[in-house]
Design a protein around this ligand. Sequence first.
Ligand code: PBG
Length: 323
Amino acid sequence: MHHRPRRLRRTAGIRRLTAEIRLHSADLVLPMFYREGAAQPLPISSMPGVVQHSLDSLRREATEAASAGVGGVMLFAVPEERDEVGSRALDPAGPLAVAVAAVKQEIGDAVPVMADVCLDEFTNHGQCGVLDSAGQVANDETVARYADMSVVLAQAGADVLGLSGMMDGQVGAARAALEQSGHPDTVLLAYAAKYASAFYGPFREAVDSQLDGDRRSYQQDPANRKEALREAELDREEGADIIMVKPAMSYLDVLADIADSMTVPVAAYQVSGEYAMIEAAAASGWIDRDAAVLESLVAIKRAGADIILSYYATPAMLPAFAR
Ligand code: PBG
């Protein structure tokens, strides 16, 4: 027998030498939640180990993550008050702008500070945009608000803006507004292929979402694969610097397609429900938690992600891997 593929699997050293990919802490971006007015961190029951931060604990965890070498932090905010049009999202003194400024002050340029550009945390109906008279999310009015929100967050110090609303033309509008307001270097991370997914469930608890209904008229249909390439191409033309696929684990085919066809960095978001499933199964003793966490991250990277947003990027939650 000439061919014995098992030769390359015999010892840990040989396996390590011949591994096709390896995880690095710089691949991982930690999403974090700031709850306006919180005096101490509050647990999120469906995401054990993840919290709604106070400003102090947000600063602390961001600093720890930066020292552990994460590739970035992605900030979300939970406002004290909500309205029809998500006004607090555009307020320079609103919770997301405040969180960005606080974290930026703490970690500077060492690790990029990213912020979510979307209205869902800020509206009293929980949709990602403003509603028209028929109760539908109005695309162009929403995009105009994202553009203003982008400028506010860039002003607050965000290095990267995550456009997660799935409105048509949102990347182009944000890019134009940033150019016009003197922020030509702000990086746009476009959630090009964001699917209408049940795996966002725990996130809704994390941001106290007021949503009653679904987002199927703007997020993508899980049945569609080619449509994701179309969305990614449009976002590129509009000025996206990084293209994201979300969720990650149920969409590895889409991720692989986009990674193959794009020349920009590609990100994938291991979302709240993916995290919750691993945690719940591990807590029941049904899977080996650390092995499952590492396998899931390796799989996402193998499929083509250059960058992985994951709640496991936090130093306390991440099992050790070769750095
Ligand atoms: C929208 C947004 C969502 C997530 C990230 N950005 C929620 C949604 O679209 O329903 C979900 C992230 C997760 O589930 O971990 N602001």
